[in-house]
Design a protein around this ligand. Structure first.
Ligand code: SF4
Length: 503
């Protein structure tokens, strides 16, 4: 049996960082971990080929070769997943799909032959068994959650790691919180399930054998959801692994803000090599946090918490949302002030949306306030908001105009670098400068320092850091590259803004 594993293109969102990828000479941010895992769940004697449309084109010969085309996608890839399905259908291929997009919205993909929904570790083996018996069904669903200790090692042989900026592992699924706009608990439950530290170490060793990524992403929705296991098992194992693998890439992940309450956890994470963390701050309005049930962000000084994390040595990326029912037109200035004062250089701001499967989606459906289609683009919403649409988009524009302007990015970056705790740890993260780094450096200088609208600020940041704070010069260059990325994100938003204003 020949299986083509196909990963649709990602649109140009904050997370895809497509301009940044160009600068650092990578085709895509990270490989499709879901399909790499699916490959290992398929019988050994089946032939597999993986085509990631973010790094290469699809050849008709690859489609013709396949008996089945397996497609996995997240909601953000909906449009490109549809295109990939229609393309393969022209060759009369059987299409098998799975992943968050299809689990929630399978009824929108009538061309698909087989839906392997929920967690593949449970539903895929049943499908394979049915194929062997010549009786495959259309839908495979389950209400149970997979035991991750039985999840196989991803099949890294299927990809060329050098095309990606980050490698990727997943230690846990599920989150104990219940923010109403988030589909994580609907997909994976509220009890975080984890792999063993042995599984993760095996995965990391395989990654090191397959290339030298800039960073390794722990693709957990909330890494600290199971604190006990993390402190007792995973973090000590990672510290030990880093001792054995000097200058191994650092780690990035997502956590909740209450990491700042746990001194021991922060220290262990830094020692283990975590540097980049995404934190969902969402709103500075207590009413809006209450409204969306992000209770873990309430009754705390969010600014102080972010500062503490940065001083400890984490580079914090912050997620923000506007458009809650409780938001007033004051929210836009308040969010801007917070972002600027926090020194969070990488901030992503979304208009509130209600993804399928979430509590918010269910609530708004009852209130008849949902708009089709759902789109994960940061700038779009599928909600009839209480705030007037143009007030919302003008306010949103005001935030992006402000936080992505070169002068304001520069101001946040220099503020952050002045107190960033880039402490020396016992097991430092890479790196010595390589030939490839020299090429990246020259590209950063070209795009941000010569061609970029914010070149004046790029040089101020670079020279200022070099003179005053040399150990942080690498971070200054990264932020310099972001000036170019943000310029493009802002341009993209302006196109949607004019469309909305005209409609
Ligand atoms: S803490 Fe994060 S992952 Fe957990 S429910 Fe809230 S938004 Fe989702």
């Amino acid at each position: 049996m020949n299986i083509l594993l196909l990963y649709p293109e990602m649109p140009d969102t904050f997370w895809a960082m497509k301009q940044l990828m160009r600068i650092i000479s990578k085709r895509s941010s990270y490989p499709p971990l879901g399909l790499l895992t699916v490959s290992r769940l398929l019988p050994n004697n089946w032939k597999k080929k993986l085509v990631d449309l973010n790094v290469t084109n699809l050849k008709t010969a690859d489609v013709e070769w396949a008996d089945y085309v397996f497609i996995s996608a997240m909601n953000v890839q909906a449009e490109y997943a549809k295109k990939a399905i229609l393309f393969c259908k022209r060759f009369n291929k059987k299409i098998v799909v799975g992943g968050p997009l299809f689990t929630h919205e399978y009824e929108k993909f009538s061309e698909v032959d087989h839906f392997i929904l929920n967690e593949a570790e449970i539903t895929l083996p049943i499908f394979i068994n049915d194929i062997s018996n010549g009786n495959p069904q259309r839908y495979y669903k389950t209400g149970e959650f997979a035991d991750l200790t039985q999840s196989p090692l991803p099949d890294w042989d299927l990809i060329d790691m050098n095309k990606y900026a980050y490698a990727i592992v997943q230690y846990s699924r599920g989150c104990p919180y219940h923010c109403d706009f988030c589909d994580v608990t609907a997909l994976f439950g509220r009890k975080p399930r984890t792999k063993t530290s042995f599984q993760i170490i095996d995965e990391l060793n395989l990654i090191l054998l397959s290339g030298s990524p800039e960073m390794i992403l722990f693709a957990d929705d909330n890494l600290i959801g199971n604190r006990r296991d993390l402190k007792k098992n995973l973090l000590p194992a990672l510290i030990e692994w880093r001792r054995r693998n000097k200058y191994a890439p650092g780690f990035a992940t997502q956590v909740t803000i209450n990491l700042a309450d746990d001194e021991e956890m922060m220290n262990l994470m830094i020692e283990a090599g975590f540097r980049h963390i995404f934190v969902g701050i969402e709103s500075v309005s207590a009413e809006s946090l209450e409204d969306c049930k992000k209770t873990q962000n309430l009754r705390r000084d969010l600014l102080e918490n972010v500062r503490l994390l940065q001083q400890k040595g984490f580079i914090v990326t912050g997620g923000f949302i506007v458009g809650f029912d409780t938001d007033t037109d004051k929210i836009f200035d308040d969010q801007i002030d917070f972002i600027q004062n926090s020194g969070i250089v990488m901030a992503t701001v979304n208009v509130l949306k209600a993804p399928p499967g979430t509590d918010l989606n269910k609530k708004l459906r009852l209130e008849n306030r949902l708009i089709e289609p759902f789109d994960f683009d940061e700038n779009k919403t599928n909600i009839v908001t209480k705030m007037d649409n143009m007030v919302l988009y003008n306010g949103y524009k005001k935030i992006l105009d402000d936080i992505y302007s070169p002068q304001r990015v520069y101001s946040r970056a220099s503020q952050f670098l002045s107190y960033y705790g880039n402490h020396r740890t016992e097991n430092p993260i890479k790196k010595e400068l390589t030939y490839k780094d020299a090429i990246t450096l020259s590209k950063i200088i070209y795009y941000s320092g010569i061609m970029g609208k914010g070149r004046l600020y790029f040089w101020r940041l670079f020279i200022g850091t070099f003179v005053r704070n040399r150990k942080n010069v690498f971070q200054a260059l990264l932020f310099g590259a972001l000036l170019f990325q943000f310029q493009r994100l802002h341009e993209k938003f302006m196109i949607s803004y004019y469309q909305i204003a005209e409609s």
